[in-house]
Design a protein around this ligand. Structure first.
Ligand code: GDP
Ligand code: MG
Length: 171
């Protein structure tokens, strides 16, 4: 049964999941009509250092990521935040941005197994590697416990055997 999301225009849709769980694929699939709706931390990383995997520039990457999101929310645009958002602190920052602008705070969790993330990682051009993905899976388990207390307006948990969704954005 596909998840059905009916969302107001003033929504911040925060994707949350390990590397290789399919966040960017999901974003590209459902927001292809207006790809600029999707703000990707990997793209922000690439914009400042030409390498979407460079972990040495995290602080600047997330400055840019949050800055673009803030400007979009200021302008009333529907926005998808594509980053792992596995740390409570990362989710809190996005939650607060949405709160500040009176946006609906939505979280989409990609509940995908280690084996599947590793398999998908192996198939892609730039690989994140098993150590990082194993760490991400541990963070995902922790996140799944923490999220109920975080006061998101809506939480959608997508399981790997059913990543289908219908997404409707109010005009
Ligand atoms: P992200 O790291 O969470 O953004 O994951 P990506 O969206 O980049 O996906 C990682 C890899 O898994 C890519 O090569 C995708 O083509 C593949 N992938 C993503 N979603 C699916 C899916 O639902 N099924 C399959 N078979 N592969 C997927
Ligand atoms: Mg991605």
């Amino acid at each position: 049964m596909p998840v059905s999301m009916k969302l107001p225009r003033r929504t911040l849709l925060v994707l949350c999941g390990p590397a290789g769980s399919g966040k960017s694929t999901f974003a590209a699939r459902y927001f292809s009509a207006i790809p600029t709706m999707v703000v990707s931390s990997d793209y922000c990383r690439a914009m400042i250092c030409d390498d979407p995997t460079n972990q040495q520039v995290n602080r600047d990457t997330f400055d840019v990521f949050h800055y673009i999101i803030r400007k979009r929310l200021f302008n009333g645009r529907f926005t998808v935040a594509d980053s792992t958002a596995l740390h409570a602190e990362a989710r809190r920052k996005l939650w607060e941005l949405a709160f500040h602008f009176g946006y609906l705070k939505c979280l989409v969790v990609f509940n995908v197994s280690l084996a599947t993330c590793l398999e998908r990682d192996r198939l892609r051009e730039r690989q994140v590697g098993s150590q990082v993905i194993e760490y991400h899976i541990r963070l995902l388990q922790k996140a799944l416990q923490e999220i109920p207390a975080e006061q998101w307006d809506r939480v959608y948990v997508l399981n790997e055997d059913d990543m289908e969704a219908t997404i409707e954005i109010d005009p």
